[in-house]
Design a protein around this ligand. Structure first.
Ligand code: SF4
Ligand code: SF4
Length: 153
């Protein structure tokens, strides 16, 4: 479900532009409002939906799984730390979901530049940065050679 912006709600703050991992949220230079410039490239991560203080970003369903069409309205309530999704189908059915916006306080996550740069050994390792510590485990799960089989038995 790629996102789109209600321009009458948007105030052009740019939070969605800053947070979009696909770099497709832009501020229209004429209207000074946000616009998803390439919905086909939307990751559907909804980071922009959750970050928008004006509840100006909604999603549209693809016809394959929403053949009846529907509207999706999103309500972000920062004081409650929740985000609510209201789906209304064309036949009047309604579904409501409420989820935490996030599990850590706003602004509490360190950015990549707050961490020490990786060592040469880390750069040559198979592990990603901050693995396994960042996953709160001692070591990554892996198959041992005796667990591997060649071909189909
Ligand atoms: Fe960008 Fe994610 Fe919003 Fe799509 S849902 S526009 S990828 S932030
Ligand atoms: Fe507009 Fe919301 Fe994006 Fe701010 S975060 S620019 S209000 S759509």
């Amino acid at each position: 479900m790629p996102t789109f912006v209600y321009m009458t709600r948007c105030d052009g703050c740019g939070h969605c532009v800053d947070i979009c991992p696909s770099d497709i949220m832009h501020i229209d230079p004429t209207y000074r409002r946000a616009i998803n410039i390439e919905p086909n490239m939307c990751w559907e991560c909804y980071a922009c939906v959750k970050a928008c203080p004006q509840n100006a970003i909604d999603c549209r369903g693809y016809s394959d799984f929403a053949p009846m069409g529907h509207s999706v309205r999103v309500l972000r309530e920062e004081e409650k730390a929740t985000i609510s999704w209201k789906l209304i189908f064309r036949d009047g059915r309604e579904k409501n979901f409420v989820s935490p916006i996030r599990t850590t306080p706003w602004g509490s996550i360190k950015s990549a530049s707050d961490y020490a740069p990786p060592t040469k050994e880390a750069m040559n390792s198979q592990e990603l940065a901050h693995e396994p510590d960042g996953l709160n485990i001692d070591k990554l799960p892996a198959l041992t050679p005796d667990q591997l089989k060649l071909g189909v038995v």
